[in-house]
Design a protein around this ligand. Structure first.
Ligand code: ZN
Length: 505
């Protein structure tokens, strides 16, 4: 047994995780409905194999002998860091007994089916018992993982290491205070004409335009594909095969375009990871049994939001690209000026639905969900009270009346799939995206490129400072090394202030 055995063991483990990703991609893009039953067995079996490989005797021995072989090397040695990353991840995974993992997977399948029906029937009471069971299950998982101060902490840390409810609460209260006046200012302005985006925009032309920009942003189609799906996502099989997906609607132009560029941000991250990390511990999320190169969910989201919001929703971007869009849709956009278009794709639209929210309202949707999750985990909020809490907060935060639970508390799939703790990573991603973007734009080549529409320097900066490191650095270490700061809302609020100033000018 040696370090080479450790590397081989991890490489085989990573192969299984990547194969699981292929199955997941297929089930969300190509698989006919008849495949569901068989596929769920295949995924459960392979997940069990991956878990056994990670937590088995052979891996434990390989880790021990690798440690012995590497005795005396410095703490920054990448081999040692790979061993310690794997050991820490596997220790966490081992805290979840196999029975608990199986019960949790079974509950997820049944709770999700109940959620689909309850949502279709607008019947929260039908879903409530399933949510209660899910909360109890997640509390058991939190107890198994262990925590110091709050039962929500280990669930959040599954998606965002370094993060706790205490830190999130501080972050959120600052954000709420700073976002509220911005939203108020933007809402007082005469509303933008978003109806011009609801004309008929042929989907083949939407796709062609989004692909052209995706390639200019640096998504490598030789090492990736764009396919159709119901809920867009990105998933990687190896560094050389990183898939993105999109969904286009003929009568809502920005939906399809910006979703592709969002996934392009995820995809360029995965494509940009150091090839040396292929099949290594730095391409494995051990706790979630997921093959991924990005440092955390929040870090990943920072890359998608950066391209979607910081670049593609900027005025400069459309100064450079609106002519091309207008020649793609010459009839549809004939009477829409550059400025009208930019306003329309940036207009604040306080709205019931999280996934349709704009930049100024999005984080309110997240903060509501995170506060509910923390309250449920601490036993301070009862499931039965959720519709009332939801309606109250949508009214006070966004001035929106909730007409039914289907478009309120039942709108997201997350809780039915046991994903309590993942919502905060969207807001963390928003905040980080502005920090990375500001640090990148301080580089003269990057700034020049943004002015002229050459995105190669920005992509190169991100590759050098973020992408290539994969999971070899913690999210916070990565952020501090790249920007000189830990997580801070200052850059994000600055970006939004600039946007509101321009929108209301
Ligand atoms: Zn995303």
């Amino acid at each position: 047994m040696s370090f080479a055995d450790f590397e081989t063991g991890i490489a085989r483990f990573n192969d299984v995780l990547c194969t699981l990703n292929v199955l997941a991609w297929d089930s969300r893009t190509m698989m006919p409905a008849g495949g569901i039953e068989g596929r769920s067995h295949q995924i459960a079996t392979l997940t069990g194999i991956a878990r056994d490989m990670a937590t088995g005797e052979a891996m434990a021995r390989a880790i021990e002998s690798a440690r012995t072989e590497l005795e005396g090397v410095g703490p920054d040695d990448l081999r040692l860091r790979a061993v310690e990353t794997a050991a820490a991840g596997i220790a966490q995974l081992s805290r979840l007994p196999a029975d608990l993992v199986r019960e949790s997977a079974e509950l997820k399948t049944r709770a999700q089916a109940a959620w689909v029906e309850a949502r279709a029937a607008d019947d929260f009471a039908a879903f409530a018992p399933w949510l209660e069971r899910t909360v109890a299950m997640q509390r058991t998982i939190a107890e198994a993982l262990g925590y110091d101060s709050h039962p929500y902490d280990p669930l959040v840390a599954m998606y965002e290491p370094d993060m706790s409810w205490e830190r999130l609460r501080t972050l959120f209260s600052g954000l709420r205070k700073e976002l509220a006046p911005l939203l108020e200012a933007a809402r007082n302005d005469p509303p933008a004409r978003t109806d011009v985006l609801e004309r008929r925009f042929p989907i083949d032309r939407q796709k062609a335009f989004s692909r052209e920009i995706a390639a200019r942003f640096g998504y490598d189609f030789e090492r990736g594909r764009l396919d159709d799906t119901a809920h867009p996502f990105e998933i990687s099989f190896t560094r050389g095969d990183v898939r993105i997906t999109g969904r286009f609607r003929e009568t809502w132009l920005p939906g399809g375009l910006f979703a592709v560029w969002h996934e392009v941000g995820h995809g360029t991250y995965e494509q940009g990871i150091d090839p040396a990390f292929t099949r290594s511990a730095f391409a494995c999320d051990f706790l979630n049994l997921y093959a991924v190169g990005g440092a955390s969910f929040g870090t990943h989201e920072s890359q998608s939001r950066l391209w979607e919001n910081r670049v593609a929703r900027s005025h400069r971007f459309w100064e450079l690209n609106y002519d091309a869009l207008r020649s793609t849709f010459s009839d549809e956009l004939a009477d829409v000026s550059l400025d009208d278009f930019w306003r329309a794709v940036n207009a604040p639209r306080p709205n019931l639905i999280r996934v349709e929210a704009d930049e100024l309202t999005y984080d309110f949707h997240i903060m509501l969900r995170a506060e509910i999750e923390a309250g449920l985990m601490a036993g301070e909020i009862a499931v039965a009270d959720l519709p009332a809490i939801w309606a109250e907060r949508m009214r006070t935060d966004l001035g929106v009346e909730v007409p039914n639970d289907a478009d309120g508390v039942l709108q997201d799939v997350h809780w039915s799939s046991g994903m309590i703790g993942s919502f905060p990573t969207y807001t963390i991603g928003n905040i980080m995206s502005a920090q990375f973007f500001r640090a990148a734009a301080a580089n003269a080549n990057v700034a020049d490129g943004l002015e002229t529409g050459d995105y190669a320097p920005l992509r190169a900066w991100l590759r050098e400072n973020v992408h290539r490191h994969g999971r070899s650095r913690s999210p916070n270490a990565l952020l501090e090394a790249a920007t000189g700061q830990s997580l801070s809302t200052e850059a994000y609020i600055g970006e939004l202030e600039d946007k509101v100033a321009r929108l209301t000018a």
